[in-house]
Design a binder for this molecule. Structure first.
Ligand SMILES: [Zn+2]
Length: 305
């Protein structure tokens, strides 16, 4: 294992698949929190944030993009720290104005988030000072078309959100539904490849140092997806179903058919791509979810492991 140390004014808080990781920057006039986690796990967000802050005030939240696992606790954190402002990427303003559109994958994907008001926007190509270091903002459309990441040339750290994880990245939607995200993600990888990066702080998973290899593996994965729209579709609906089950914790199996008819991502992806009966789609989805080992079926109830 590589020993990874961060500059003193940066705290990395690793979460899990359901809540995005956080980064806390400590400055003399207060701290900045990058991304806030999923709303169902607000208690964990607040506790971890308190530990990172100590007695320092929190002055600002910056969101990398508008998915529920990144913005979910904005309101909760703001109520706990009333002076905090919220900054979003400028490219997310339209999505904010169209809150809960299908692309945001909230209601559409059976996820929840509390609407919030933003105070400021960050454009791509800006330089901001956080933790005593200068950070460049870089547009990283693809997984989310308004996504923004932070890069410090001085310490060669990339805060990559869901644009790049270790050997992977946040899902993109099938090209037959919208061809733009996959193409944008490809361009995002090209843009990231131009950076000199020693350490990546991703939106999910541990920090990593093998930037070039991870970017190559993520790009290869994207190109495999580019060849096979059904592979993308399966990846998206399985991921969304397991995500929902993990925060719901259980669901009677008798409700699954009405669930896949009701939840947009399942209803639409089945109608547009899978073209199965609701019953056959529900059966397939459940068996795939069980195969991952993350859910089980017993006594007529689907449960998370
Ligand atoms: Zn995301």
């Amino acid at each position: 294992m590589t020993d990874i140390s961060l500059p003193p004014n940066i705290t990395f808080i690793e979460r899990d698949w359901l809540s995005a990781n956080h980064v806390v920057f400590h400055d003399d006039d207060g701290a900045t929190l990058v991304d806030t986690g999923y709303i169902a796990f607000a208690d964990i967000t607040l506790a971890k944030l308190d530990t990172a802050l100590g007695n320092a005030p929190l002055k600002r939240i910056i969101n990398t993009h508008l998915h529920s696992d990144h913005i979910g606790c904005n309101g909760v954190v703001q109520r706990a720290h009333p002076d905090v402002t919220i900054t979003i990427p400028a490219d997310e303003v339209t999505a904010m104005e169209n809150w809960d559109a299908p692309e945001q994958m909230l209601t559409y994907a059976d996820q929840e988030a509390e609407p919030f008001a933003w105070d400021a926007v960050l454009d791509a190509g800006q330089t901001i000072t956080l933790g005593g270091l200068e950070w460049k903002t870089i547009a990283t459309p693809g997984h989310d078309m308004g996504s923004l990441v932070l890069y410090s040339p001085e310490v060669r750290i990339l805060i990559s959100a869901d644009a790049l994880w270790h050997n992977s990245f946040g899902f993109v939607v099938p090209q037959s539904i919208d061809p733009r995200p996959l193409a944008a993600q490809r361009a995002t990888f090209k843009r990231l490849a131009e950076l000199d990066v020693a350490l990546v702080i991703p939106g999910h998973g541990p920090m990593f140092t093998d930037f070039a290899a991870s970017l190559k593996n993520a790009s290869d994965k994207l190109e495999a997806f580019a060849q096979d729209d059904m592979k993308i579709a399966k990846n998206v609906v399985k991921g969304m179903f397991i995500y929902s089950m993990m925060w719901r914790e259980m669901m009677p199996v008798s409700e699954l058919v009405s669930y896949v008819k009701r939840i947009g991502v399942h209803r639409d992806y089945n109608a547009w791509l899978f073209k199965l009966s609701d019953e056959a789609y529900a059966d397939w989805l459940l068996s795939e979810a069980i195969r991952t080992g993350k859910v089980t079926l017993g006594d007529g109830v689907i449960r998370t492991v």
